[in-house]
Design a protein around this ligand. Structure first.
Ligand code: OGA
Ligand code: MN
Length: 298
């Protein structure tokens, strides 16, 4: 059994992201190992485990060490026999796609349109293209801390409406436009612009998407200008980013409350990409206290 003292944590950038070495995520893990991984996940936001051998059952078992697996969309792309695993792939067998071909080609946090979005996502790369198909991350805690104090004061405690039905045609122009009846399934969800992490109490910007979401209580022109300003500051990969170039058998585990991510393109006609994904159930996003900012700044 791997014990926590075999773990090596290698930071990937100066600010966030870490590679965890010395662990087989498919094996039985001691409680202190799980606790060390959990602490690293909270601290670093994105964890990379290289060289893993995970079947779908093992992937779900590892996910369960951190919470309840959550399935919330595109059940047609679930793994056969393992409904908690979503398949992302361009592979087609007997004329039938084995998974979702595209997923998240814009900055987002998973399940943003849900009342209780997943706390974390575990993405396992079984087959990855030799070029392209990277997954990029931005640390939204660092982005939040970089905002001018006046801007922070303006957005702390405000909400915006996250509307999946309005979003889909922007983000996935290749998919059919959702019928208006979908509004019942995916009602617009109020989300905090600044989210306080329920475990670490760190504040993070909680925005994303190509659609300029409307901030409640602001005139449209003011809201659009503010969102554009936030996007311009936050989605700066040089300053706050980490780009993951996949090796086959990498497992990534990220914290949806601290980071946003996006998929990048690859040559789908030439290369295969086969990824398995689980998510960990999360809780109701909220903004807690302005006082926490003061603590960070002091
Ligand atoms: C996801 C996602 C990005 C990728 O699985 O939630 O956004 O690069 N994936 O596949
Ligand atoms: Mn995603």
């Amino acid at each position: 059994m791997a014990d926590a003292f075999n773990l090596r944590i290698r930071p990937l950038t100066a600010a966030f992201g870490a590679e965890i070495e010395g662990i087989d995520t498919g094996s039985d893990l001691a409680l202190e190992t799980v606790q060390a991984i959990r602490a690293a996940w909270l601290r670093f936001g994105v964890l990379v485990f290289g060289g893993q051998t995970l079947d779908p059952a093992g992937h779900v078992a590892f996910t369960r060490r951190f919470g309840e697996p959550a399935v919330y969309t595109r059940t047609e792309n679930a793994c056969t026999g393992q409904p908690d695993v979503l398949v992302l792939s361009n592979v087609v067998i007997d004329g039938k796609p084995i998974g979702a071909a595209t997923s998240g080609p814009y900055w987002h946090t998973d399940g943003h349109f849900l009342q209780c979005p997943p706390a974390g996502t575990l993405l396992y790369g079984k087959e990855v293209p030799p070029e392209g198909g990277d997954t990029c991350f931005v640390d939204m805690r660092a982005a939040y801390r970089a905002l001018p104090v006046q801007l922070r004061t303006e957005i702390n405690g405000s909400t915006f409406l996250m509307d999946r039905v309005q979003t889909l045609p922007f983000h996935y122009p290749e998919r059919p436009v959702p019928p208006p009846a979908q509004k019942h399934r995916w009602p617009a969800m109020p989300q905090p612009v600044v989210r306080t992490h329920p475990e670490t109490w760190a504040n993070a910007l909680y925005i994303g998407g190509i659609v300029p979401w409307r901030i409640a209580g602001l005139e449209p022109h003011r809201s659009d200008a503010l969102m554009a300003q936030l996007h311009a500051i936050a989605f700066d990969e040089q300053r706050f980013g980490y780009r993951h170039r996949w090796r086959a058998d990498d497992l990534l585990m990220w914290d949806n409350r601290s980071v946003v991510h996006r998929a990048t393109a690859y040559d789908m006609a030439r290369y295969r990409r086969l990824m398995c994904r689980t998510t960990i159930a999360g809780d109701l996003p909220s903004y807690a206290l302005g006082k926490i900012d003061a603590a960070i700044d002091s």
